[in-house]
Design a protein around this ligand. Sequence first.
Ligand SMILES: Nc1ncnc2c1ncn2[C@@H]1O[C@H](COP(=O)(O)OP(=O)(O)O)[C@@H](O)[C@H]1O
Ligand SMILES: [Mg+2]
Ligand SMILES: [Zn+2]
Length: 564
Amino acid sequence: MYQVIARKYRPQSFKDVVNQEHVKTTLENAIAQKRIAHGYIFSGQRGTGKTTVARILARCLNCIQGPTSTPCGECASCKEITSGGTVDVIEIDAASNRGINEMRELRENVRYQPARDRYKVFIIDEAHQITSEAFNALLKTIEEPPEWVVFVLCTTEAHKIPATIASRCQHFSFRSVDFEDLVARMAWICTQEGIEADAEALAVLAAAGEGSVRDSLSALDQAIACCGSKLDAAEVRALLGAFSLESLEKVTQALVESDSRRMLEVVDELERNGHNLQHFSRELARYFRNLLVIRISGAASRLVAASAQQREKLAEIAAGFSEEDLTRYLQLSLDLFRDLQFSLQPRFHLEIGLVRLVQAGRLLPIEQALAQLGGVRPATEPRPAQPAAAPAASSAPPQRTGPSPFDLDRAKKATSRPPEPQSSGANALAPEPASAPMTAGDPRERLHGYLHEKGLTHLADAVENARITVTGSDLQVVSAKSYALYFRDRGFEEAVRECFGRPLRVRFEIGDAAPASTAAPASAPPAVTEDQATSRALSHPEVQRFREVFPAGEIRKVRNLKEP
Ligand SMILES: Nc1ncnc2c1ncn2[C@@H]1O[C@H](COP(=O)(O)OP(=O)(O)O)[C@@H](O)[C@H]1O
Ligand SMILES: [Mg+2]
Ligand SMILES: [Zn+2]
């Protein structure tokens, strides 16, 4: 009869158990010192060895040569445990025996001495499923157990074990098994089974288990059933719906080049080759997760289930992105994975998702934007509105190798922008308004020059977009609402006094600032319906400064967060 690999290769002694060193050592010591606890909790991910270790413990305790940490494996007791339960080693699946009656029965059973062996060992699987009354019924027994009783409560959800029970047990948490150990274990099993498997195939299987030995071994079973005695990475991948690093790399390559078209090609290729798009999105999320982890913790990180070679490769790719980028990509790919689960149009969803990644890559990290708010822009420089000259040194993300997709995109957008009608935007591209030169005696020009010199560029810009006249001791300002706050600012009044050498009363008025086609920079106020809240928001200095930093930006909507 064919026996599944996971069961056939269930470790029979501590030395065969992979990882879980802390559990093994502590139990071995306890046995050697004859300090056996009456209650244990084994918690951890499924398939990491909880039941296995519980059975080994039972063997250690009941072996005819024991208690010993190296049971003989020959005596009746050892043999019976290997093939399942014995009279004195009782395995209970709490998923189906969770009620009070079962626990009362168990309590009864506990009272009798072992039939043959030294200890009565109760291995309770899925212990978190036991109802709270049933736990209560058990409490007294666990509190004052007969000397021959050992309970092992196995659970994937330790927090669901009541504190009253947990406090009377020794708790061991089982770790998910390290990638390299898992690969080694599977390589050994393959040799035993006469299966030839290349390292990459094993790596795919190990990664598929996500730290669970049982899941990886099930995948191995499946692979053998499908591919026979020679396992090949590509076949195994196809079987498990996994994707090679190369195919995922196409996505990051398209991100580096900020190329949405390439993304669409990726989707097309997947469809044509009959790949499951949902699987792809899952693998993509895992890929970004690994890139992020490696970007943070380095190529040696234990947290990434991949071979050393693959981790090197991942590190190389990750170096091309910032931590923020990768975080954003991971978030978006998780959203994409979620969306695809319910999607009736997986292809469209995947296309949107991947294009969104490209767009997200064009965002400027907020820290950088804020740094620019600090007035990095040289005071003498004209507004950075010219298109092709876009990559201003200050806006290149520091960690990125090569040009920033943000800059590239900005340049691209600017050059591909269709020529705008003469009346509104044409001269926005010119550094200085050509048609309405400021005359020498013009107070606006004087003020503008002065403000620039002082590095007060935001005020200079406001002035540039205003009509300014001086009559007597008044300085009349006419400008768009959005600049109101600047002109009402005390800083402006002071600047005026210094510029003209005397105090002038600033009289501000909302109106059409540009009799000629002066000014309107690239960041000219967009067409937003200007109710009161909107104009208040737009004239807020913070918002103004953001718009200086993001000259190509556009305010689409102003929303009052206090309103639902
Ligand atoms: N740490 C481990 N070392 C070696 N094999 C393991 C380990 N953990 C699990 N296995 C394999 O997975 C199978 C299931 O393990 P089991 O102990 O039942 O997991 P669980 O933690 O879910 O109780 C075992 O039969 C064994 O083949
Ligand atoms: Mg188990
Ligand atoms: Zn024995």
